[in-house]
Each structure stands twice: as structure tokens, then as C-alpha cells.
Design a protein around this ligand. Structure first.
Ligand code: LMR
Length: 399
């Protein structure tokens, strides 16, 4: 039977991760997969996580199942982190949260509940969007269409074109929005622009499906959740997929949550029962460890403070690297303006070079970024910034 299967190409991001690992060259620079790195190029376990894990090991008495919605304490704590204490949708009992295996699990569950409630839904995603949105959402049976988003000329957002596209959508169309730290471009909306999008979404009665994978790594823990908080206070229905991979550094522990905001508490209960059924049919129950760690951190004042500072340090380092990269590039490639890198937020920037140039950077200089020239800024280091900028200059001069 399986002879019928044709081999298919490996996922671009995962393929790049494997190629980087296999490269023996000591100069290699990993700007590929979206994993935070410190100035030694390492992705260490956060101190807050280590301490919470130690406490968890000492106190855990069973490995019995937790349940299909996951850890209730984690879910409640995530609601506070994402929406902020006292948010009106929480006080009104209109939010239901299910722990999921990473942001991917949350996105898939969100897509499944949308398809269950509105069969035949079309989800409109930005151009470009995270490569894995396509299999995650279409695998749940949703059709995908694109709306204009990134402006390659300015490195920002084609805001008028985005609004014009939303204006043409039929009622109940689903719009996938990146809350902050847009992946792959780093181009975010301002708070003023989010207000304009909200007004349009409200008037056209669209359903926002918001993906927040980088809370805290852009402008701050609260600022990065601005869109989710605004939309959830003004709209009857919002779906939010959230990841703890980056801000807690829990990547392999697969920790995330899906929050669904409905019009009434009764609709929320019905939605939850459907979410439980869907989750049971896919992964049954989510992995516990990462969620227990997040719960331990956020419910201990001391550990929480350590974590808040660690997130601030990651954010600060990324922002400093953005400015330092622009400086180095200005020095080595004065003919080209890379200033947009400093204006963007989060781990990624669309570097704006051709696929041929990306491949040349990889083959000649051992610098890895995805073929569309998405680079993970956190993969740069003080010691390789100059090498990076010089290599870019050489590639630009040659091709
Ligand atoms: C990325 O975009 O590189 C990360 O979100 C990791 C992944 O799974 O693709």
C-alpha cells in the first residue's frame, strides 16, 4: 500500500535546521529556525524554568492523566497573562481555554472548532504568513486565501491594501492575524492601525483568529497582547492561539493554549464541549510538563519576577541586535538601506534578498536563512555581526 506514496520535500524550516546542524564549518551562522539564542549562540533553559522544574520534581506525586482540557491552573493563568486581570471577557465568563500541544496544537484546534461551527469557512491569511499555517489550517478542512500584508519597499505593512481586502470579505469570513512579532516579516501594526482593523472587522462581521507566538519578545508582555485584548473587549467572538515555546523557552515541551471568546457564557460552554471532543480525537490529552512549569512560574511572585526579567532581557537583546545589524550593514553595504530591520519587531525580519542570494550566503558563507530571506535576528552574535555584514556585501556585489 505504501508504495503508492511519493516522497515529498521536507518542511523548509525543519530542513534548514538539519542542514545547519550537519554543517561542520566553524563560521556557520544560524538565522533559520525561530529559536532564541544568547550571545554564545545557545538556547539555554531559562532560570525561572529550571527553578520551577526543580520544585515540580520535588512535589509531583503522580503521572496520572490530567484531562482533555489540560491543567486547569495553567489555563486560568494563561487567561490572565493573555487578556490581563479584570478583562471584561473574563469577568463575563465568555472565555474557554484548552491547553494544547504548543502553538501548533492550539492553531489546529482553533481551525477544527471553526470548521465544526462554520463548515466551508475560508480563512484569510496575510501574504506572507508562517509556512506552517498552511498545513495546520488546511489540514483541518479550512480553505485558505491571502490578503496583502507585507510591503517589500518599506519593510512595513501595506495597510491600505490590507483594509481594502478586508472590506471586500463576506460576513463570517475568518481573518488570521499575527498579534505581534509577525512571522516571517517582523512587520507589525501600530495600536492605531489595530483600532482601524477592529472597526472594519466589527462592521463587516468577520471572525478574527489571532496567533500570538511571541508575547513579550516585541514591545513587552502587555503591549504585544494589545490586539487580543482590544478585539476581545469589543467583539462577540474571537479565537486566539497562544504559544509558550518562545517566551518561556519551552520549545520541545509543546506548551500552548487555545482561547475561544464567545458571545455568551452558554455558547462558551457548548464550545468547550466541542473542543474537548475534538482534542480527544486528535491527541486525547496534552503533555503536562511544560504547562505545569508555566503554572509554577506565574503563580510564584519570585519566579514570575525572574521570568519577566528574562523575557525583557531576550527582548532587549533582539532589539540591540537589530540596531547593531543595521549599523554593520550600513558600513559594508552603503548602497542599500537596511534600516527597516531596526523598525521591525520580534525574532524575524524579511531580509529582502533573492533566493539565489540566500543560497549563495548558505553555500559560500555558511549563513542559514530560509529561501524567502526570513532571518532570525536572535541568531546573530556580537562576534559574527561583522562576518555576516561582510558576507552579505560580498554576495550582493557578486550577484
Ligand atoms: C519558526 O517559525 O521557525 C518557528 O515557529 C519554528 C517552527 O516550528 O517553524
Amino acid at each position: 500500500m505504501f508504495e503508492r506514496l511519493e516522497p515529498i520535500a521536507v518542511d523548509t524550516i525543519l530542513g534548514l535546521m538539519a542542514a545547519y546542524r550537519a554543517d561542520p564549518d566553524p563560521r556557520k551562522v544560524d538565522l533559520g529556525i525561530g529559536v532564541y539564542r544568547n550571545d554564545r549562540g545557545e538556547t539555554p533553559v531559562l532560570n525561572a524554568v529550571q527553578r520551577a522544574e526543580t520544585a515540580l520534581l520535588a512535589s509531583q506525586t503522580t503521572k496520572a492523566y490530567v484531562g482533555p482540557t489540560g491543567n486547569p491552573g495553567f489555563n486560568q493563568t494563561m487567561e490572565l497573562l493573555v487578556f490581563g486581570a479584570g478583562h471584561p471577557c473574563l469577568s463575563a465568563g465568555r472565555v474557554r481555554t484548552v491547553q494544547a500541544p504548543g502553538g501548533c496544537g492550539a492553531l489546529r484546534l482553533g481551525a477544527e472548532i471553526i470548521r465544526t461551527a462554520f463548515p466551508g469557512s475560508v480563512v484569510h491569511v496575510p501574504t506572507p504568513t508562517w509556512a506552517n499555517h498552511t498545513p495546520l489550517l488546511s489540514g483541518a478542512g479550512l480553505k485558505l486565501e491571502n490578503y496583502p500584508y507585507f510591503d517589500a519597499v518599506t519593510g512595513g505593512v501595506q495597510f491600505s491594501a490590507m483594509l481594502a481586502a478586508f472590506e471586500r470579505l463576506p460576513a463570517a469570513a475568518v481573518v488570521l492575524l499575527h498579534a505581534s512579532c509577525h512571522n516571517p516579516t517582523g512587520a507589525d501594526l501600530s495600536q492605531e492601525q489595530w483600532r482601524e482593523v477592529l472597526a472594519l472587522v466589527k462592521r463587516r462581521r468577520l471572525l478574527p483568529f489571532i496567533d500570538m507566538a511571541y508575547q513579550g519578545l516585541g514591545d513587552g508582555l502587555d503591549a504585544d497582547a494589545f490586539a487580543i485584548r482590544l478585539f476581545s473587549s469589543e467583539l462577540p467572538e474571537v479565537v486566539c492561539a497562544v504559544s509558550c515555546s518562545k517566551n518561556f523557552g519551552l520549545y520541545r515541551e509543546r506548551t500552548g493554549a487555545l482561547h475561544v471568546i464567545t458571545e455568551s457564557a452558554a455558547a462558551a460552554d457548548a464550545t468547550l464541549s466541542n473542543l474537548v471532543r475534538i482534542a480527544r480525537g486528535i491527541w486525547s490529552m496534552p503533555p503536562d510538563h511544560g504547562a505545569a512549569v508555566v503554572y509554577g512560574i506565574l503563580n510564584d511572585a519570585g519566579l514570575r519576577q525572574v521570568w519577566v526579567e528574562e523575557v525583557a532581557a531576550m527582548r532587549g537583546r533582539i532589539r540591540a541586535l537589530r540596531s547593531a545589524a543595521v549599523q554593520q550593514l550600513q558600513q559594508h553595504c552603503p548602497q542599500r538601506d537596511f534600516g527597516f530591520i531596526a523598525r521591525q519587531r520580534g525574532m524575524f525580519s524579511y531580509f529582502g534578498i533573492s533566493t539565489a542570494q540566500v543560497r549563495e550566503l548558505r553555500s559560500r558563507h555558511h549563513i542559514y536563512m530560509t529561501d524567502d530571506s526570513r532571518m532570525n535576528v536572535a541568531g546573530l552574535r556580537q562576534e559574527n555581526l561583522e562576518y555576516f555584514a561582510r558576507s552579505v556585501a560580498e554576495v550582493l556585489a557578486r550577484t
